[in-house]
Design a protein around this ligand. Structure first.
Ligand code: F6R
Length: 612
């Protein structure tokens, strides 16, 4: 979703801002803009609807804009259609204050009407412009920009990350945050703000994460942070442990393809520090056996693919922990009056750590006394900082909108956490524990073997890419995996697709199967392989074309009925989805490629969903 970058330094600001915005393009946007202040030209604002390239063309890559202080923004429309006027930065009526904003100002209409009554004229339909005008109002009143920002924040309701410059302040940029991420970057030739570390990683890895209610004043030499009562705050610095190459395509045609190939290494990095001397070691989880025994209820809360990880984990955890595990979509959970109390463990899964629904659901769970554990990929993200405990997936930056390596690392980390809890509770036999751990250690190498099927999946995609409706069927873990396969396909190829529990087909959906319908049948859960086979026969009898994904041990039997078969190595059943997902990701990727889709940035989607 929207991206923010700001720079106060000694270099020309505009090229740095454009470069940062380009690195955040993956988040999804529909318009972009920059505002730069210079001694001679004053406040210069350039913004436009459409791709960032248009903004770069307008400004000759930023070279036309003088000045070493500036802010930039990529917008994903919420209030007002995507057009040049609604694009950020927004400028106050007297042209002296420019502002970029991520988030939503909930009381903007009330504030707008109030300002209109004072004679202020608005040019855009956005909630953000209201803040620029309100700032001017308070600045005129008190004569200090910092004080004006403080007064403004006390009046607005909603979520925000702001970057603000004022023509009266040649060297200072002001930032503020509430419920929308904002990072401070300490560089050699200047300092930064950014909503996403990828925007500034080329210039610095020395960062600090702003907290809700904080205001920062950024100059070329210093960053001063204040709390909501304007008392100075000492920020702890963090060093980002990946470099710029991790967020670049490095010769691959798409980030999604690169990230699919990175999965064995990402999974290795996630699990290997957590397996020591034949035990799962979770140093960051502060949970005693006694506390674990108290949990009578476990919720897993997430959205999208992270929710699908939760679906698989439900099957695995119930098997390991012998306790009921409920998986909830965060957007449903938060308004469901959930049955959470002090004896409830709430697992929150999020790649970005910023998904608003997931964040709100977690806060609701905490408010009711639940103990929260977050599984997050982005270090320092809001969910990571607010959860009682956090375990990071070490997938590295994920740039493609469709998740692949983050999904795989979430899955394997959830398996380890499940195993750890089962051990604390004494619900897993020693042999089973050892077998799962040994299988987990072998997983990265087996994932590499599955990636050798790239050409086979490319061939199947060329055979099936013209279908306009595709069904994924499976039972138990395969059903949950089918949900992810179906989502991956539909989000990047725009083909309608559904995942069904195979046993449910005959209760309605089978009427949609007609000669030529493509069914992707998952037969990876070997305990129910015979049942999976019967369902393949059932859809074949109605004329379906079947592409099956199964294990090496079941391949021959599957080949007797399916039209096309991909087999992955056998592993412990709990871990089998980690291998089974790779052919589904590759299939989706190649189908989308054949159909000429914008794979890394599918239409209407954003990488980090920070609105409800
Ligand atoms: C699909 C996808 C999304 C995310 C969902 C949750 O490929 O990436 O469905 O999984 O938006 O995002 P996070 O995990 O960042 O909370």
């Amino acid at each position: 979703m929207c991206g923010i970058i700001g720079y106060a330094g000694r270099e020309q600001a505009a090229p740095i801002l454009l470069d940062g915005l380009e690195r955040m393009e993956y988040r999804g946007y529909d318009s972009a803009g920059v505002a730069v202040r210079s001694e001679t030209a004053g406040l210069q604002v350039k913004k436009t609807k459409g791709r960032l390239q248009a903004l770069a063309d307008m400004t000759h890559g930023g070279a036309d804009l003088e000045g070493t202080l500036g802010i930039g923004h990529t917008r994903w429309a919420t209030h007002g259609e995507p057009n040049d006027i609604n694009a950020h930065p927004h400028v106050s009526e007297n042209g002296r204050i420019a502002l970029v904003h991520n988030g939503i100002i909930e009381n903007y209409l009330e504030l707008k009407e109030h300002l209109q009554r004072q004679g202020v004229t608005f040019v855009s339909d956005t909630d953000s412009e209201v803040v620029a005008q309100l700032l001017e109002f308070h600045y005129n009143e008190c004569g200090s920009m910092l004080e004006a920002v403080g007064r403004c924040l006390r009046r607005i309701e909603g979520s925000y990350a702001f970057g603000i410059i004022c023509s009266d302040y040649p060297n200072a940029l002001i930032a503020a945050r509430k419920d929308s991420p904002l990072i401070l970057g300490y560089g050699e030739h200047g300092n930064f703000i950014a909503s996403d570390v990828t925007a500034i990683i080329k210039y610095t890895r020395d960062v600090a994460y702003m907290d809700d209610g904080e205001i920062a004043v950024i100059t070329p030499e210093s960053i001063d942070v204040f709390d909501d009562e304007m008392s100075p705050v000492e920020k702890a610095h963090s060093v980002v442990d990946w470099d710029v190459s991790a967020a670049e395509k490095g010769g691959y045609p798409h980030f999604m393809f690169k990230e699919i190939l990175e999965q064995p290494e990402a999974v290795r990095k996630t699990i290997s520090p957590r397996i020591r001397e034949g035990r799962v070691v979770l140093d960051d989880l502060h949970l005693t056996a006694e506390e674990a025994r108290r949990f009578s209820r476990i919720f897993i809360i997430a959205c999208g693919s992270s929710y699908h990880v939760g679906m698989i984990s439900k099957y695995n955890w119930e098997r390991l922990l012998r306790r009921p595990v409920e998986v909830c979509l965060a957007s449903e959970f938060r308004y469901s009056d959930p049955l959470v109390d002090e004896d409830t463990l709430v697992i929150v899964i999020s790649q970005s750590g910023e998904t608003l629904d997931t964040m709100a659901a977690m806060r609701e769970a905490k408010r009711r006394g639940g103990r929260t554990l977050a599984i997050v990929n982005v270090v320092g993200s809001s969910i990571a900082r607010e959860a009682d405990d956090v375990l990071y997936t070490w997938a590295g930056p994920e740039i493609a909108v469709a998740t692949t390596k983050a999904y795989s690392t979430q899955l394997v980390l959830m398996d380890l956490v499940g195993l750890y809890l089962a051990d604390l509770l004494g619900t897993v036999a020693r042999e089973e524990y050892d077998a799962i751990l040994a299988a987990a250690e072998a997983l990265p190498e087996q994932m590499r073997q599955v990636l050798e099927h790239v050409e086979k999946l490319q061939y199947f995609a060329s055979r099936y890419f013209n279908h306009d409706s595709i069904f994924f069927i499976g039972r138990n873990l395969d059903y949950a995996l089918g949900m992810e396969g179906s989502l991956k396909l539909k989000e990047i190829s725009y083909i309608h697709s559904e995942a069904y529990a195979s046993g449910e087909l005959k209760h309605g959906t089978i009427s949609l199967i007609e000669p030529g319908t493509l069914v992707v049948a998952l037969g990876l859960y070997t305990a129910l392989f015979d049942k999976a086979m019967s369902n393949v026969v059932e859809v074949k009898a109605r004329g379906a074309e079947v592409l099956a994904v199964t294990t090496e041990s079941c391949r021959e039997r599957m080949e007797k009925n399916a039209d096309s078969v991909v087999a992955v190595p056998d592993t412990h059943p709990i871990l089998q989805p980690s291998l089974g997902v790779i052919p589904l990701q590759l299939f989706a990727y190649y189908v989308a490629l054949q159909r000429g889709c914008d794979i890394d940035k599918p239409r209407n989607l954003a990488k980090s969903v920070t609105v409800e």
